[in-house]
Design a protein around this ligand. Structure first.
Ligand code: NAD
Length: 306
């Protein structure tokens, strides 16, 4: 059993912390939202009154926050909204392992990682793929940036929450790989929604069309595992009013990160840029807190039944 701190218990962090507790670890948790904290306690975690208390006495500390500003606010003490920063690195003894699983900009990941290293603290950026279903089932993919030795130390902890553990390269490399992945995810989700909306408008049943494309060359993760059409699959956000899952505003954030990366690399990303515009448009229509598969509603004929 290892004593661990876990900060950020939202759609992803909540089930991830629960899986660490299920594996027998003592998991001290904190979130700004009391309801999220309460759910984690029900799942066997130990409540902390604030982030500092959550990391106290821990060998391993994990954060799962929305964006770079939150991660810098927590670990470096840079102002993070009205609550101000925490400068939590200063509270950790040398040798602690910090794992940041948030999807954030490369520069923030590197800054926090280098600040940790200067204090003798191990740090890896370890964004994830697999969605809330993967977080709940403990089958996430971890995409890690940092030193090989730190990755090896983290391996047994990550294995409690995920199935596929990849070391992408040096500090920040996990974030780069994650941005490439999410840009592709946005493109195939938008494409899947477009194809389904076209077929349904021409009289096909969305379940029949999904089954056909799922066994044909159009198959992809959005179609097969995260189908955007309500009722095609059980347990997808689409089948529960696009609640839970991966919020459109977080996808917009990730596409912004991918565009910044493309600019830095002088790399052409026409499909990614179009996907960013589509998800931005969708978010601006009051959909920013719905799951990103609700992009279907941009394409869907509002006059059709069901
Ligand atoms: P979320 O908004 O549901 O959860 C974030 C949590 O962080 C919230 O509960 C919030 O209260 C908490 N928080 C923010 N600042 C805090 C602070 N200073 N101290 C304590 N708690 C704080 O978001 P999510 O869907 O869980 O996503 C988290 C990260 O994972 C994001 O970077 C996202 O891009 C990434 N991600 C999400 C998914 C998904 O399917 N939801 C999949 C892969 C990666």
């Amino acid at each position: 059993m290892t004593r661990m701190g876990f900060i950020g218990l939202g759609n992803m962090g909540g089930p991830m912390a629960a899986n660490l507790a299920k594996a027998g670890h003592a998991v001290q948790v904190f979130d700004l939202v009391p309801e999220s904290l309460a759910r984690a306690i029900e799942a066997g975690c130990i409540a902390a009154g604030d982030a500092r208390e959550a990391v106290s006495g821990c060998e391993v500390v994990i954060s799962m926050l929305p964006a770079g500003e939150h991660v810098r606010g927590l670990w470096l003490g840079e102002s993070a909204g009205e609550r101000g920063g925490q400068d939590l690195l200063a509270a950790l003894p040398a040798g602690t392992l910090v794992i940041d699983c948030s999807t954030i900009d490369v520069a923030s990941a590197r800054r926090v990682g280098e600040a940790a290293k200067s204090r003798g603290i191990r740090f890896i950026d370890a964004p994830v793929s697999g969605g809330v279903a993967g977080a709940t089932a403990g089958t996430l993919t971890f995409i890690v940036g940092g030193e090989q030795a730190d990755f090896e130390v983290a391996r047994s902890v990550l294995a409690c929450m995920g199935q596929n553990l990849f070391h992408a390269g040096a500090l920040g490399a996990g974030q780069i790989a994650k941005m490439c992945n999410n840009m592709l995810l946005a493109i195939h989700m938008a494409g899947t929604a477009e194809a389904l909306a076209l077929g349904v408008k021409e009289g096909l049943d969305p379940i029949v069309l999904s089954t056909i494309m799922g066994k044909s060359s159009g198959n992809n993760w959005s179609l097969e595992r995260y189908n955007p059409w309500p009722g095609v699959m059980e347990n997808t956000p689409a089948s529960r009013g696009y609640e839970g899952g991966f919020m459109t505003r977080l996808m917009v954030k990730d596409l912004g990160l991918a565009m910044a990366l493309a600019e830095h690399a002088h790399s052409a990303v026409p499909m990614g840029a179009l996907a960013r515009n589509l998800f931005n448009l969708h978010a601006s229509q009051g959909q920013e807190n719905k799951d990103f598969s609700s992009i279907l509603e941009l394409y869907r004929d509002k006059t059709e039944p069901g």
